[in-house]
Design a protein around this ligand. Structure first.
Ligand code: G16
Length: 541
């Protein structure tokens, strides 16, 4: 390791004095102007991780659902999954090392992690459409090159596409071809094969309005459109030609405000969906004939998918185990429906894809979705082999079901939650089952709920346990929440510090929207009072 070169180049990406950042729910996120040094250092770290794992490592420059002024970076591990927790700690140490200590901290990491510095390194880089992303990804490349790593810059990509590329490269192409064409071909082939099986392919199943959050999803869906236009016609809105990224649009806006994005004209019962800023989340929605807005979030997506998978398994007579993984944000009705009606085991993990993904790997078929629309399905190697074998051996209807499962496996991006891939899966299932968006929505009734944000001086004063459903510190806050929850019927509430924004998130559900709003507001006030709120106290919803 040429420490002189590292010191010299690091000075060109100097760390602002005293700035402390944490590798959070999905990497580092903050205002773009504070991230140059972090990008350079993550380029360095990606090289070490690549040498240590003898694999290609990914670096994605994005702040996903955050405002356009923010940016962020996360590393992608060899099988397309999120960075291992011990390396998140290395990332935090390296990002926070003062300029003069940085080369030493880098050396310490390579010793601690037993990195063979003689090993070759290869890093792939992707970025979203934020104005700051191009320059910041150049800083990542500077970090990679100073440690003499090889790299491929994919340029503009959705986050899940970068995860996919990493997975493909580290399985010698077995998972797919590590190009955009490879991605589009793999998904569109599976989609076409699946929808071919549908009996009803009337026009009502074939068109979809997509709000692209003015982000990368628009560019990448346009590329996919060409491959799927025979089966599905997509109308892209908020495609970035005029609006601001994530501003009054996108999956996060629609989910948290429970209303349509700006620029979306909806006819009654028309199927619409929203991606988030880096296209790793999707939510659906529609207006009923009375003009009421209905949101179909990650929970209902998980329900649709797991019931479809269960039906196919029943058809082929195979008892592979299915598990559904959710977080505390999952609507109480969804958990009840999955457990009591569908008889599927449900597990709750902390927020963050890495936690859900990890848990989902325990099943033959692990379905994981956060309520915010981030999720996918994982098939164990054994399950995949068995299904492929059955698709050859079985006959007639059973064979058809096994073939469908085979295509479903290919249609999911098993490296990460992927709005484009999930959209195609959902569209295929709705077509195959002949379901309208209203019929899908009617599977169960969501409990009215509300999410709020509270600004506090230091959100880390809140610590939680029990998959973030209980507060440990500050003292008295959980007791206050318990007392408030008791005042409402069918109620539940929890609070947790966000890992992507400088705020505390509050979630409440209750028997009516009025009560959910009132409970969320009361809990927000408790957070404000007991956890060091700043600015104006939270106002009623
Ligand atoms: C990221 C994570 C998600 C998480 C979300 C919000 O999403 O990938 O798992 O739900 O942040 O996290 P928090 O509540 O900690 O701020 P995205 O789409 O922004 O990358």
């Amino acid at each position: 390791m040429d420490l002189d070169a590292i010191t010299k180049y690091s000075a060109l990406h100097a760390k602002p004095d005293g700035l402390v950042l944490q590798y959070g729910t999905a990497g580092f996120r903050t205002k773009a102007e504070h991230l140059d040094h972090v990008m350079f250092r993550m380029g360095l770290l990606a090289v070490l991780r690549s040498k240590q794992t003898k694999s290609t490592i990914g670096v994605m420059v994005t702040a996903s659902h955050n405002p356009e002024e923010d940016n962020g970076v996360k590393l992608v591990d060899p099988l397309g999954e999120m960075l291992a927790p011990s390396w998140e700690e290395h990332a935090t140490c390296l990002a926070n090392a003062e300029e003069q200590d940085m080369p030493r901290v880098l050396m310490d990491i390579s010793v601690k992690a037993a990195v063979n510095l003689q090993q070759d390194a290869f890093v792939v880089i992707g970025r979203d459409t934020r104005p700051s992303s191009e320059k910041l990804s150049q800083s990542v490349i500077d970090g990679v090159t100073v440690l003499e790593g090889q790299f491929h810059d994919y340029g503009l990509l959705t986050t899940p596409q970068l995860h996919y590329m990493v997975y493909c490269r580290n399985t010698s192409g077995q998972y797919g071809k590590a190009t955009i064409e490879g991605y589009c071909q793999k998904l569109s082939k599976a989609f076409t094969e699946l929808t071919k099986q549908a009996f009803c392919s009337g026009d009502e199943y074939r068109s979809l309005k997509v709000d692209c959050a003015n982000g990368i999803g628009a560019l990448k869906l346009r590329e996919m459109e060409h491959y799927i236009s025979q089966e599905l016609s997509v109308q892209l809105l908020n495609d970035g030609t005029k609006g601001k990224l994530n501003h009054l649009c996108g999956a996060d806006f629609v989910k948290s405000h429970q209303k349509p994005p700006q620029g979306m004209e909806m006819k009654p019962n028309e199927r619409c969906c929203s991606f988030d800023g880096d296209a790793d989340r999707i939510v659906y929605y529609y207006l009923d004939v009375d003009g009421h807005f209905h949101l179909i979030d990650g929970d209902k997506i998980a329900t649709l998918i797991s019931s479809f998978l269960k039906e196919l398994l029943l058809e082929i007579g195979e008892s592979l185990n299915i598990g559904v993984v959710q977080t505390a944000y999952a609507n109480g009705s969804s958990t009840r429906y999955l457990e009591e009606v569908m008889k599927v085991p449900v597990y709750c993990t902390k927020t963050g894809v890495k936690h859900l993904h990890h848990k989902a790997q325990e099943f033959d078929i692990g379905v994981y979705f956060e309520a915010n629309g981030h999720g996918t399905v994982l098939f164990s190697k054994a399950a995949e082999i068995r299904i492929k074998q059955l698709a050859k051996e079985l006959e007639d209807k059973k064979r058809k079901a096994a073939k469908m499962l085979e295509n479903v496996i290919d249609l999911f991006n098993q490296a990460a939650g992927d709005a484009i891939s999930d959209m195609l899966v959902i569209e295929a299932i709705l077509t195959l089952k002949g379901l309208t968006v209203q019929q899908w929505d009617a599977l169960y009734m969501d409990l009215p709920n509300r999410q709020l944000k509270v600004k506090v001086a230091d959100r880390q004063v809140i610590s939680t346990t029990d998959a973030e459903r209980q507060v440990v510190t500050p003292p008295g806050l959980q007791e206050a929440i318990n007392d408030l929850v008791k005042k409402y019927k069918l109620s539940r509430a929890f609070v947790r510090p966000s890992g992507t924004e400088d705020i505390v998130r509050v979630y409440a559900e209750a028997d009516s929207q009025e009560n959910a709003d009132s409970l969320a507001h009361a809990v927000s006030l408790a957070v404000f009072q007991l956890a060091g709120g700043v600015g104006e106290p939270p106002q009623p919803v």
